[in-house]
Design a protein around this ligand. Sequence first.
Ligand SMILES: [Zn+2]
Length: 191
Amino acid sequence: MSDPYGKTWWGRKWWRALETIGLNYPDQRIVKGRALAGHSAVSGMSIDPGSVSGTVADANGTFEAEIRIPVYDNTTWNAGMTALSLSPSCVAGLLAGRLPKRIDEVLSSAGMRLLPKKFAAEPHNIITTSCGCSDTREVCAHIMALALVSAARMDDDPWLVLLLRGGPTRDLAGRLRAARVATMDAAQSVV
Ligand SMILES: [Zn+2]
């Protein structure tokens, strides 16, 4: 059976990142989070730079949930776009509307990582959460539901992953081209 949350590698990596910061298998929060996601318990979801938020309702009430992740500034994103523009496979993938598997490897040359890595503790990798429920764990069932539903949204629209990290969401083709031209100009001025 195909998983409706995280059909793509990036969607899967996103919700699994949440799982790894707070939960161990088997954990009822995962089971309950999946049930909530499947029953459309998440409403008003918004994916913005640095934040995924939404309202999650269950039998105990309605809770405001938020997942936060650091954003990169413009200077860092410019360096990241330059690195991506120099990778033909990344350019082809991005222009075809998907995140290339190598994207984090390429971005690492600019000190970036789009999707958090398990157990990595660099400041730009750290996810924090908040939820209005009484569960004191970092990841409650509501956060899990929000992670799953947002992963499904990212499956359909990978640019949301860039947006979440403060990156460019419009005219990606133009940005990649401009980054490449700027690199070639710089190379020529050296010669
Ligand atoms: Zn909660």
